[in-house]
Design a protein around this ligand. Structure first.
Ligand code: AMP
Length: 460
């Protein structure tokens, strides 16, 4: 029998603080995409890699760009472009975690949907790394607030999505500002023609890396249910009531569908929220926070909006309708059954959508199977385990998770187990607390001080 020696991060020429960070994060072994891309990136070669969310691609390019950084040189050296603000925030967070043992690294996230003035002032002191969305970065370049002349590398994350969203021109303009002696690393779930074109225009003899078996099909239970458009809502309701998943992402092809499905589920007593590009930033933040912290079990989203979600171990995803592009479907399925956990992926398929199945099948190792559709049930909706409290104070008030946890367990009277995720934004914070304790906690917190000050607290 052939013996494989397990690869470790120590096999790569990574600086000691990065090895230390990887260990602290409990990353014991590189994921396939990391093992395939890191050696080339560390040798300063351009890379175009096929990688999905969940593959560990962020840490792959994060480690590579941090390895090339000169921390004592206060210039912008690495730029990561992402399609959405959620993804950019997530990427910035992961890079920060990887950089935590390198002193004095400044990482900025610069995205649209946030007043530009604050960003302009944060650029007074040049960051080492910027993670942002193309439109806003282009805008900041026009205002001469960003200087790309010292860039060592540019990452195009979810490049296909950025092109889908019409970011091709901003990306071209941005790359024209970058020095030619830089690396360009592209990560994309699919390879349409315009990706190849961007690669030809902006990369130098890139290494082409494809990993196909990122999701072990055996851990994802995938099946199709027949459902004509007028039956879909009942089937979805039955499925959610029967399975009562603690978290379920429902994919719709359009914003309108996402909106109406979420509204109808809510009307039927199932707590659900919508996520799509038409929401304002605050609504999007609150939706994502509530889904991630266990106060809203069902999220109905468009594919683009769902991209930036970093929610591990989703037990269930539902395609309310099949997408036209089979690669999009593979991406949907990939949101569940990650990292060896099992997951369920269900699709509601009408007669009209049937021709799309063959194209999806062609991309899968195990053929799709049909199952009898779920039928109406007497079950009543399970209330979610948590509720979200919102506190009108955040990073700008120097509030940290520990301060909120302290208030909740001190005057709030909660035990640590009753407190869930705490999310801190610039001017607001959200804390998940056990549903049955939420009302009393809210009352207690209203009377209490956090970090010696009284802030407005409400329940979402
Ligand atoms: P991504 O594909 O970048 O969205 O990463 C998916 C998740 O995998 C993230 O939450 C990472 O923190 C995690 N991750 C990345 N690399 C590793 C690794 N080598 N071992 C375990 N988890 C990892």
């Amino acid at each position: 029998m052939r013996q494989w020696r397990m690869q470790t991060f120590a096999d790569y020429a990574l600086p000691a603080p990065l090895l230390q960070a990887v260990e602290a994060l409990d990353y014991h072994q590189p994921t396939p995409i990391q093992a395939a891309t890191l050696p080339s990136m560390l040798q300063r070669q351009d890379v175009i890699a096929q990688a999905k969310t969940g593959s560990g691609k962020t840490a792959a390019f994060g480690l590579a760009l941090l390895s090339t950084l000169q921390a004592d040189e206060s210039r912008l050296q690495a730029l990561v472009l992402c399609p959405t603000r959620e993804l950019a925030d997530q990427v910035a967070k992961e890079i920060r975690a990887l950089a935590r043992f390198i002193p004095n690294i400044k990482i900025l996230s610069l995205c649209g949907g946030i007043p530009i003035r604050a960003q302009l002032s944060s650029l007074g002191h040049e960051p080492h790394i910027v993670v942002g969305t193309p439109g806003r970065i282009e805008d900041l370049l026009k205002r001469k607030a960003l200087d790309l002349s010292a860039l060592r590398c540019v990452v195009l994350d979810e490049a296909d999505r950025m092109l889908d969203m019409g970011f091709i021109d901003p990306i071209r303009k941005i790359l024209q500002h970058a020095p030619s002696a830089r690396n360009t690393w592209m990560f994309s779930a699919t390879y349409p023609d315009d990706i190849r074109q961007i690669s030809t225009e902006f990369q130098r003899t890139p290494q082409n890396i494809r990993i196909t078996d990122q999701h072990d099909a055996s851990v994802i239970d995938q099946c199709l249910f027949e459902a004509e458009p007028d039956e879909k809502m009942d089937r979805l309701t039955a499925l959610l009531l029967q399975r009562a998943p603690p978290a379920c992402l429902v994919f719709c092809n359009t914003r309108n569908d996402a909106r109406s499905v979420a509204a109808e589920l809510t009307r039927r007593g199932i707590i659900a929220r919508e996520l799509h590009g038409e929401l304002d930033q605050r609504d999007r933040d609150e939706t994502v926070v509530q889904f991630a912290n266990g106060s809203c079990p069902v999220l109905v989203a468009t594919d683009v909006a769902a991209r930036g979600l970093d929610i591990k171990n989703l037990p269930m995803v539902v395609a309310y309708e099949l997408p036209n592009d089979p690669a999009v479907h593979i991406h949907r399925i990939g949101r569940t059954g990650r990292a060896g956990d099992s997951g369920h992926a269900y699709s509601l398929v009408s007669q009209r959508e049937r021709p799309r199945i063959a194209k999806i099948d062609a991309l899968l190792e195990t053929p799709l199977r049909w199952a009898p559709p779920p039928t109406a049930t007497r079950a009543t909706p399970h209330p979610p385990r948590m509720r979200t409290l919102i506190i009108d104070a955040g990073r700008r008030d120097k509030l940290r998770p520990g301060d909120i946890l302290g208030a909740l367990t001190g005057v709030g009277g909660l035990s640590g187990d009753d407190v869930g995720k705490i999310d801190i934004f610039a001017t607001r914070s959200y804390a998940a607390v056990a549903r049955e304790r939420a009302k009393t906690t809210l009352q207690n917190l209203r009377e209490a001080k956090i970090k010696g000050r009284k802030f407005r607290v409400r329940m979402l």
